[in-house]
Design a protein around this ligand. Structure first.
Ligand code: ADP
Length: 492
């Protein structure tokens, strides 16, 4: 260890004291040169005849090319889903449906390593995250909802729950496989059929999932997975034979979608942006809290809607928390997502990296004090040093707007009321964190915070049994748990 110029401890990455590389092998990842659209149980060439590249954001190398579905392709997928709903899936006894969902869950587990490697290659997230969180939690969602399939009468007693029909599902790039599982598993368990579109920068694990679905012998057309960018998503949203739209993504696109479905019969759930407050009281276990803050914003490159991007520290422990945060920042390893030592992988795309750089400049212009770790960055690929801003105002754009990168703003507070007011002063309301020794404070804050999820003395914990979703501009509707079932049912 050496002393960095700002008096914090610095890991000496270049010397013998640094970690040796521990890369996960790529050999397990079977990636085709080209992927077609998964429609009606088969991989079909796109009617658009167009393909686009998906690249590895850590190396900028092309991984594969995937089909760019147009409106005619979307129509073909929706027709397949409708026929499968009318003829097979809608009629199948629920306990039979459950068997397929269990089978998909088990197959994800069997191929977990391959999924994890492909997720890290295509999306840039550290293998530790994709291996320990994304893939197992995705499998858990299928297991959990498989269990509900034949118990809907118990979930909604005396209510006669009925499926909606065809669900159009559009997901973002931050948790490609996990978001697909969040969307597909409850839809299937409740008897709906699906047309799902992954994000254009991270299509590969959804296409792998399509391979599993094919191998599982799920009846053709029950799940259709089509690739493309915003225009493909819009074609799904505007298709007249879709009964439900489930969207996770940016607040801007969420608003477009909400306008597009207004006045139609489509049911809709939106899970949008966030700007979560993470609050440390002076009675909190500070070391654990600092680790929780680091986990909440920096692991995963800040690419989580629920990232704890606004830190509020009680004034009396401000100096201690900042010192410890900076020390910890210096030990974070930014680099190859496939290396098991890596804490912070690649930013998902060049465009996103530019957005983050734009916000770093805005922060400095607004007069905030920026601190970045001194870690070396790889020469190629899209990487950003973990960053924290102090001396920010409640009205600063970096405090108010979602950055979606490893960037934390830090503010102070004195009283509970003050921090509740500050934490709620945002257009978003997806999640929040509270660190304190006092149960009473936790209850006081959790009842007053306008956020869908509030973690206490932990952060970023996901479980299929617990509902997730937002307040205000973070969206509406819940995914996960019983709530996640009702989003795909008519309950009379
Ligand atoms: P992010 O900022 O997380 O990339 P986006 O909202 O841009 O969020 O993208 C999330 C998903 O929405 C992606 O699958 C994207 O292709 C899709 N999408 C983008 N624009 C539209 C649109 N106008 N209508 C429907 N889907 C869209």
């Amino acid at each position: 260890m050496a002393k960095a110029k700002n008096n914090t401890l610095k890991l000496n990455f270049d010397t013998k004291w640094g970690y040796s590389p521990a890369p996960e092998s790529k050999s397990i990842a079977k990636i085709e040169a080209k992927y077609d659209l998964f429609i009606n149980g088969k991989f079909e060439k796109p009617l658009s005849k167009k393909y686009f590249d998906t690249i590895n954001p850590a190396t900028e190398e092309k991984l594969s090319e995937v089909a760019d579905a147009n409106a005619a392709d979307v129509d073909k997928a929706v027709k397949a889903a409708r026929i499968a709903y009318n003829n097979v899936w809608g009629k199948m006894p629920a306990k039979e449906r459950a068997k397929y969902i269990y089978r998909i869950a088990r197959m994800i587990q069997e191929r977990a390593r391959e999924f994890a490697v492909i997720e890290s290659l295509d999306g840039g997230k550290p293998i530790r995250e994709s291996r320990d969180i994304d893939v197992p939690v995705a499998a858990n969602h299928f297991f959990y909802y498989a269990g509900w399939a034949d118990k809907l009468q118990y979930a909604f007693p005396n209510r006669n729950p009925k499926p909606l029909g065809v669900a159009g599902q559009i997901i973002p790039w931050n948790f490609p496989l996990l978001m697909a599982a969040w969307k597909i598993a409850p839809a299937l368990a409740t008897g709906n059929t699906v047309v799902l579109k992954p994000a254009e920068t991270t299509p590969l694990t959804a296409l792998k999932l399509a391979e599993i679905i094919q191998e599982s012998e799920l009846p053709a057309g029950v799940v259709n997975i089509i690739t493309g960018a915003g225009a493909t998503g819009a074609a799904i949203v505007n298709h007249s034979d879709i009964n439900k739209i489930a969207f996770t993504g940016s607040t801007d696109v969420g608003k477009i979608i909400q306008r597009a479905v207004a006045g139609t019969n489509k049911k809709i759930t939106l899970e949008l942006g966030g700007k979560a407050a993470n609050i440390i009281f002076d009675d909190a276990p500070i070391d654990q809290a600092v680790e929780g803050i680091i986990n909440g914003i920096y692991f995963n490159q800040g690419h989580v809607c629920c990232a704890g991007s606004r830190l509020f520290v009680q004034e009396s422990v401000f100096d201690e928390v900042i010192r410890k945060l900076k020390d910890r920042l210096e030990t974070l390893i930014v680099g190859d997502p496939l290396d098991k030592n890596t804490d912070i992988g690649a930013i998902n795309s060049k465009q996103q990296m530019e957005t983050i750089h734009k916000y770093l400049k805005i922060g400095e212009k607004e007069g905030a004090e920026m601190y970045q770790s001194n870690c070396p960055l790889p020469k190629k690929g899209y990487f950003i040093r973990p960053t924290l801003f102090t001396n920010v105002a409640q009205s600063s754009r970096i405090v108010q707007e979602e950055i979606f990168g490893p960037v934390l703003t830090v503010q102070t507070f004195r009283t509970d009321d003050e921090v509740i007011e500050k934490a709620n002063n945002t257009p978003f309301g997806l999640s929040a964190g509270v660190w304190t020794d006092k149960g009473s404070k936790i209850f006081n804050l959790t009842t007053k915070m306008r956020a869908g999820v509030v973690w206490a003395n932990t952060y970023n914990k996901f479980d299929p049994t617990s509902p997730f979703g937002g307040y205000k501009e973070s969206g509406f509707g819940r995914e996960g748990g019983l709530h996640g079932l009702s989003a795909y049912l008519n309950v009379h």
